[in-house]
Design a protein around this ligand. Sequence first.
Ligand SMILES: Nc1nc2c(ncn2[C@@H]2O[C@H](COP(=O)(O)OP(=O)(O)OP(=O)(O)O)[C@@H](O)[C@H]2O)c(=O)[nH]1
Ligand SMILES: [Mg+2]
Length: 468
Amino acid sequence: MFTDAIAAISTPPGEGGIGIVRLSGKNVISRVEEIFKSCKEKSLSTVPSHTVHYGYIYPDQKGKGEAIDQTLVTIMRAPHTYTGEDIVEISCHGGTIPLKKILEACLKKGLRLAQPGEFTKRAFLSGRIDLIQAEAVCDIIRAKTDLALSSAIKQLQGNLSIRINPLWQKIFDLVSHLEATLDFTDEDIPQINTGETLKKIDYVLTQIKDLINTCSVGEILSNGLKATLIGKPNVGKSSLLNAILQNEQVIVSSTPGTTRDLIEKEINISGLLVKITDTAGIKTSGQNDIEEKSINQSRKAISYADLVLFVLDSSQDLTKEDLSIISELSQHSLDKKILVILNKSDLKQKLIEEKLKKLFSFFPLFIKTSAARITGIKELQELIHSLYIKGDIDVGEKPFVTNIRHKNILQQTEKSLKLAKDSLTQEQSEEFISMDLRNALNSLGELTGKNASTDLLEKIFSTFCIGK
Ligand SMILES: Nc1nc2c(ncn2[C@@H]2O[C@H](COP(=O)(O)OP(=O)(O)OP(=O)(O)O)[C@@H](O)[C@H]2O)c(=O)[nH]1
Ligand SMILES: [Mg+2]
């Protein structure tokens, strides 16, 4: 455990109803006692744990000079605290000056200013939470939607760790057995059974693959769904975006080629963060340099998207531009979801949905809209939501891998396990099998933090805010 004590302002800068200075570590209660005058004449050193006390904080010593602020002081004694150490939280009025002065008073009593994420780092180092849970704290703070929050809180409650820990244990048992047979050749340790060992490795591999498969959805949960509006000029892409956003944020005009740069807007569709990019209408070729560049940009935007919203003007027959986009999209039909929007449904219709479906069998979904009359927009949003929420994202207890560090480690573990499996089936020396399994074990240990290096911890916690 640490021998020093830390302090920081835990609430965000600016004005607020209340502000909190948080302290953790050795002797924090007795140090606050020196500057806190309880209105009920209580001594903080003897009050029970997890109790709140009303009184005044002074700059140097209680009762000496002018009080800084009227406060509520919460006392939490080790070990049942966030950091596992004694914690004091001073709630004062939420202004920059009272918070700053209370923090200064604490620092004068020998506390040190906490580094970013240091409270959570102490929680991790004291074994209160593992590294996956520590990272979830950051995800909770940064969650942009209900779904992101729901996934992060489950991660904090340990739903991913519960899946990882038994896998780590299984590999650990295999490695221990293998290394024992290698180290103590004279003793009576039974040789490993190839069939059984393969079975065990396969089991862990399947579990790891299952988790890796959740990464793409996990990415959508944490960073949002990337949707791109694609179509030839003038079909109403920008008008559709405005209709979805419910205001005129993007320029619309009857002149084809209005949109030139990519425009990204965020919208929260029932808890799902959707980042919609409006693009320049794609023509078979641009007439000038700027048009050519805009068209190329649009093509690139297709490759970034999770979901392509392909817009057609249903009041016109298909043109060669539509057909060329369709042929381009057909190459993405396996790696992306594609939704065909038949816009301008308020005008006399030339495109018949049924005929189109036959023509382009790879398009899974069609929807009719009128950006001008704002019809079909709600249905479009519901369709996007149901495509992911009822489709890929089952918001049950199943964990999603939302963190790129976790994804990389799981892929690394998968690689090592496959190598171990190969070594085993090729009847290579047990040293090789043991080495591959140990690599897998170390990777998983890095994931939960069992064997995370100081550098790694530094890297992770430095992205946290101060006071967390
Ligand atoms: N009647 C009708 N007109 C529409 C509809 N949606 C868009 N428009 C009109 O179609 C024209 C083109 O709309 P935009 O939203 O600028 O089309 P775009 O696809 O973004 O065009 P570019 O940016 O040039 O590629 C404008 O005059 C819109 O008012 C619709 O649903 N019905
Ligand atoms: Mg436009």
